[in-house]
Design a protein around this ligand. Structure first.
Ligand SMILES: O=C(O)CCC(=O)C(=O)O
Ligand SMILES: [Fe+2]
Length: 410
């Protein structure tokens, strides 16, 4: 989506990839040579915040969380409260999806899901990132939980967004559905707990942000996605897994399944920093929905994945989001001056204005905003399941080629 695309300005140290290191499955460390500031703003490493501190030393946990969120936008959550065996099982199971025969994956294609769940093939879109032409390259399996609102005639169209995922037949991948849903349920639980800590870290009451979720968990829009990035070079160029983007989510919880060090995040100084997998952690990043809900106290952070050269990389994302009926512009949280001062200091250092302006669509129901992004990205689903809306989005009919070059918003 256009508004998730990231304009990048080449700088000396982020201008070129170290392709030698990349061949080995690693990328150049974004650190410039020589001295550099290690303060929170020009960060060169993403902090690990240990979940256990939230029980043993909560003030420290909240302070670390606040600093990471306001000044960085990315963090590792160490020792998250998800049973280790659940994580081990999902790491083993998730990649198996992609070894299913192509005809089975085809029956599970997203074009068969009114809820935008299911399989998407390698996307050959090209992202023009920093003047380099990268070819995006990944397969995905999108899914949701097993409890959801059931759409009925007369309901708003956006309520169709949440519904049953497309699962492979049990005999073809025994245990897959159960493993993926168990993981999803744990992540959903974590996302509620973690959001309360985010609220406290920002100096609000623990339940202040809950209002964005409403009362009914069936009317929320979280999603999960398993990703496979095949090793690639195209015409001698380094391939891209997914080009620079920010997530549309509230918060994203990422499990890096393989050892590749090809996830990179962009720091506030404009440098690309590696976010390598770390044992017993999730990478957490802030999405555009949270950025808007906090009027950019918490900015969404650009990131990208380079394609590995060699064995495929696998990852699993959980994207939390707000209720269908929430209008982001309705909320103006009362942050303490200390937090606002941090935001102002950050913006000053970055040379950007601290003024925040909503766009027109932020006054719409969040369900409609999300549906609109999805319809734009998936003309085939729009045509089949949203015939009333299709002509509005595609006045010239079905586009000849699938939409490419778009970054999908979760
Ligand atoms: O695969 C990853 O590590 C990150 C994927 C990502 O950024 C996304 O799907 O939004
Ligand atoms: Fe992302």
């Amino acid at each position: 989506m256009e508004d998730s695309k990231v304009e990048t300005t080449p700088t000396q140290q982020n201008g070129k990839l170290d392709t030698t290191a990349h061949q080995n499955g690693t990328v150049a460390n974004g650190k410039p040579n020589g001295d550099h500031s290690t303060d929170n703003i020009e960060f060169y490493e993403i902090p690990v915040i240990d979940w256990r501190l939230s029980e043993t030393d909560k003030p420290r946990f909240l302070r670390e969380l606040r600093d990471a969120m306001i000044n960085i936008g990315f963090l590792y959550l160490g020792n998250p409260p998800v049973p280790k065996d659940v994580i081990e099982r999902v790491k083993e199971m998730a990649p198996k999806f992609f070894s299913l025969p192509p005809e089975i994956k085809d029956t599970l294609h997203m074009r068969n899901s009114p809820h935008f769940h299911g399989y998407l093939k390698v996307d050959a879109s090209v992202t023009n990132d920093r003047g380099y032409e990268y070819t995006d390259n990944r397969e995905q399996f999108n899914y949701g939980g097993d409890s959801y609102y059931k759409w009925k005639e007369g309901d708003p169209e956006h309520l169709k967004l949440r519904g049953e995922a497309l699962w492979p037949p049990e005999e073809d991948l025994p245990g897959f559905k159960e493993t993926m849903i168990t993981y999803y349920n744990h992540l959903e639980e974590l996302s509620f707990k973690f959001t309360r800590l985010v609220s406290e870290a920002l100096g609000l009451a623990p339940d202040a942000l809950d209002i964005l979720f409403g009362q009914d968990r069936h009317l929320l829009q979280p999603r999960a996605k398993v990703m496979r990035y095949p090793g690639s070079t195209i015409d001698g160029k380094v391939g891209s897994g997914v080009g620079a983007h920010v997530d549309g989510s509230f918060l994203t919880y990422l499990l890096q399944i393989t050892d590749h060090k090809t996830l990179q995040v962009k720091n506030l100084s404009g440098d690309w920093i590696p976010a390598p997998p770390k044992e017993d952690t999730f990478v957490i990043n802030l999405g555009k929905t949270l950025e808007k809900a906090t009027r950019r106290v918490l900015p969404a952070t650009p990131h990208r994945v380079l394609a590995p050269v060699g064995p495929a990389r696998y990852s699993l994302g959980f994207f939390s989001s707000v209720g269908f009926n929430v209008r982001l512009s309705d909320y103006d949280f009362d942050f303490p001056q200390e937090v606002l001062d941090m935001k102002i200091a950050r913006d000053k250092k970055l040379g950007v204005s601290s003024e925040f302006q909503f766009r027109e669509k932020d006054h719409e129901l969040s369900g409609d905003v999300v549906l609109s992004r999805k319809l734009r990205s998936h003309a085939d689903v729009a045509q089949r399941f949203y015939p009333k809306l299709f002509p509005q989005y595609y006045p010239d009919g079905m586009p000849e080629k699938p939409m490419t070059g778009r970054r999908e918003f979760k």
